[in-house]
Design a protein around this ligand. Structure first.
Ligand code: Q46
Ligand code: ZN
Ligand code: ZN
Length: 311
């Protein structure tokens, strides 16, 4: 197996591009793909300040590193979700990454700052854990980006993530979600600009990037992810990709090119404002304040109990 560029020994094959790369040219390929995504979708300019949603996993650490390599100024934000040992370990990876590179990592701890954690929120609201978790994270990341005066919030969603979410949304024709599934959501009342610069790289590629760059990341899956539909959608797309390399890329990018705009509803009413925190809200209180109200008065619930009882 030889590198497509220099003919030296290759370390990775990328079937959808029909290409093999040596370590140096693979790292360059990753930088080029991120740079292409940023320019193509006008995600950010080098003079802007970016905030990255950091989980301690491969994708968020890879994009933090890649943005630095490409000359962007990016701080990180880690949210302590209180998911037992998983959260403790993921926080350590995020902190170590930032310390070693002298980068700024902001931190928010759900339990000490808002009086609840994800397992308790799941039990108190009777939502599946990922729903309570996703809502909490979205609110806190948006708020931190706006309060900190950042130009955009960056998330580490990769091609596999976006294709799997698209697949799930299409299976149920969730047109309101399809309208928002774009790699850039412009800033609008109460929301920061949100960008996904990893959309041209697969999960396998961000993992390989971390290994080659010496980035230590949390490999274990979140213990609350079991049974998550997203994982099942990823598996079906992996099977299709195996048969026909490039399927995920074509599925996602053809959607962006040919269909995404058709789902935008020009008559959609803007959201109101949460009475308590001022965030955008569809009713008197935003979803986050509703979670806080229910979960912060609830007795703490351990991870294991949620996995047994509230799925
Ligand atoms: S952390 Fe939270 Fe994920 Fe765990 S509970 Fe689900 S959403 S799986 S990215
Ligand atoms: Zn090479
Ligand atoms: Zn609120």
């Amino acid at each position: 197996m030889k590198c497509k560029v220099c003919r030296g020994p290759a370390v990775i094959d990328i079937r959808r591009h029909n290409a093999n790369f040596c370590a140096d040219h693979f790292l360059k390929y990753c930088r080029d793909q991120v740079s292409k995504a940023i320019h193509e979708f006008k995600m950010a300019t080098p003079d802007e300040r970016l905030l990255i949603a950091v989980s301690g996993g491969k994708d968020s650490l890879a994009i933090w590193d890649l943005l630095g390599e490409l000359g962007y100024q990016a701080d990180g934000l880690y949210v302590g979700l209180g998911i037992g040992e998983y959260s403790e370990t993921s926080g350590r990876y995020a902190r170590d990454f930032a310390d070693k590179r002298d980068l700024k990592l902001l931190e928010i701890d759900l339990r000490s700052e808002y009086g609840y954690d994800v397992p308790t929120a799941s039990a108190a609201t009777r939502r599946v854990p990922c729903s309570a978790c996703g809502m909490s994270k979205r609110h806190l990341f948006d708020k931190a980006a706006l309060d900190g005066g950042y130009d955009a919030l960056v998330t580490g969603h990769n091609l596999d993530d976006e294709a799997a979410v698209l697949y799930g949304n299409v299976l149920r024709w969730q047109t309101d979600y399809l309208a928002r599934q774009r790699p850039v959501l412009p800033e609008r009342n109460g929301f920061p600009r949100k960008v996904k610069p990893l959309i041209r790289l697969s999960e396998r590629e961000t993992a390989a990037y971390c290994v080659l760059r010496g980035i230590d990341y949390l490999v274990e899956e979140c213990p609350m992810a079991a049974g998550n539909k997203h994982l099942a959608f990823k598996e079906s797309l992996n099977a299709a990709e195996q048969q026909s390399p490039g399927t995920k890329h074509d599925f996602y990018f053809s959607f962006l090119r040919k269909a995404a705009d058709k789902f935008i509803d020009p008559e959609a009413e803007p959201l109101g404002v949460c009475e308590r925190c001022g965030a955008p809200a569809g009713s008197e209180l935003c979803s986050f304040c509703r979670i806080v109200e229910k979960a912060s008065n609830h007795e703490p619930v351990p991870v294991e109990l949620v996995n047994r009882k509230y799925r």
